[in-house]
Design a protein around this ligand. Structure first.
Ligand code: PA5
Length: 410
């Protein structure tokens, strides 16, 4: 495994962590047993043989050959993971993946329309339910643009859909029109679907090696990986929550991880925040946020613990010229970044904040696949330890019902 987990600054008694390992292993066994609903993701990376990967990479190559822009329409688990991975890994030349259908901003849509004007495009509509307001209203808009530009037949050829292959609005429309449809398995929920066509198709179009991502994840997809100390992060979260640390702050020292933070917020927030329980997930980007939240972190209400996610070898580095202000002159940006990481860790640990450190050697496709799978497993076990169902989201329906009421009255 390419992940290095350090829990020595969690301020927990080792015996307390050890005492919950049996319970965590039972939760893990349940996840692998297939008895629980929506746990298809647990073994899914093992189901990707070369033919399945090739079907996705061939489609991606076809899209790359004919498009300047590939516009992904989806919200929540239907776009967040793909955006996180595409942002994290260095961009390839060629087709650019853009995202829409995750907000209701007319300005955003108009600017996107300006960007794609006169360029070759295809769209990817991603929705498990096939009826989400953000996604389907954006689909209506981009379909019209494509119909005008390409006509009916070519629009269908340039429309790729990921949904459950059973009757829903999107599936029925796409089938009737002859669009290419990728199946999202019924037993995999949105926020656990990055390593399915939901994430893999846009990621492959961005030129990222999805085979390496899947092999990275598959290497972790066994109970042995999480045996012994393998679930101590999930246990640590629950023990800290029990001590009143009801907020987890994910902290990054690399701006390209910002959307990975958004994905983590969704994964943990939607999985654990129910039945009056849950750890509120927050993400901060350093060093930017040290100049806005650093004061609170050091001396504010101690209601949180911090989870650092750091990368040993950055994708790039820049030397600071000798003419710069001493003592920065002659150093590199990464050297200064490492000093920031060490300094923040020392200061926050000294302030009494529990800190978990997760390090990866570098950001590449394999490590990214592992990070995604590892966090999904820790989140699922953590949710089960807290006594909630980590795979449903009944609370989301309340606002949707109210919003639909207002829309129907328009
Ligand atoms: O994780 C989830 O289940 C949600 O965030 C969904 O992904 C999100 O609500 C979008 O739903 P759908 O894919 O049905 O359009």
């Amino acid at each position: 495994m390419n992940l290095n987990i350090e829990l020595k600054n969690s301020r927990l008694e080792q015996a307390a962590v050890e005492a919950r390992r049996g319970e965590a292993q039972q939760a893990l066994a349940k996840l692998f047993s297939g008895q629980l609903d929506f746990t298809g993701w647990v073994k899914d990376p093992l189901r990707y043989d070369e033919a399945k990967i090739k079907a996705l990479t061939d489609t991606a190559a076809e899209i790359r050959a004919k498009c300047d822009y590939f516009i992904v329409l989806g919200v929540g688990g239907s776009f967040m993971g793909a955006k996180a991975v595409i942002d994290m890994l260095p961009e390839e030349d060629g087709t650019k993946v853009l995202f829409a259908g995750y907000n209701f901003s007319g300005r955003y849509l108009k600017e996107l329309m300006k960007t794609i004007e006169g360029r070759e495009i295809a769209i990817c509509v991603i929705s498990k339910s096939g009826s989400t307001t953000e996604t389907l209203s954006a689909y209506g808009i981009f379909k019209e643009i494509m119909l005008e530009k390409y006509g009916k037949e070519e629009t269908a050829k340039r429309t790729y859909v990921v949904t459950e292959t059973r009757s829903n609005y999107l599936f029925d429309q796409a089938s009737e029109e002859g669009c290419t449809i990728f199946d999202l398995a019924v037993d995999i929920g949105g926020r656990y679907s990055v390593l399915t066509p939901v994430g893999l198709l846009p990621i492959a179009v961005a030129g990222i090696d999805i085979g390496a991502m899947l092999r990275g994840a598959a290497a972790l997809a066994s109970q042995e990986t999480f045996a012994g100390t393998g679930l101590d992060y999930a246990i640590t979260r629950q023990l800290l929550s029990g001590q009143g640390k009801k907020t987890e702050i994910f902290e990054f020292f690399d701006p390209y991880l910002a959307y990975f933070g958004e994905w983590l917020k969704q994964l943990f927030g939607e999985s654990e925040g129910k039945d009056g329980k849950g750890i509120f997930p927050v993400s901060l980007m350093f060093s930017r946020d040290l100049h806005s939240m650093g004061q609170f972190l050091q001396q504010g209400t101690p209601l949180f613990f911090e989870t650092f996610l750091t990368v040993d070898e950055p994708a790039d580095d820049v030397a600071i010229p000798d003419t710069a202000m001493p003592p920065f002159a002659g150093k590199t940006i990464q050297q200064i970044n490492e000093c920031a990481e060490k300094g923040v860790l020392d200061a926050h640990v000294a302030a009494g904040t529990p800190v978990v450190s997760i390090r990866v050697p570098r950001l590449d496709a394999t490590t990214t696949g592992q990070l995604i799978y590892w966090f999904e497993m820790q989140c699922a076990v953590s949710g089960l330890l807290s006594g909630v169902d980590p795979f449903n989201q009944p609370g989301v329906e309340a606002y949707k019902k109210e919003m639909r009421g207002y829309i129907n009255k328009l």
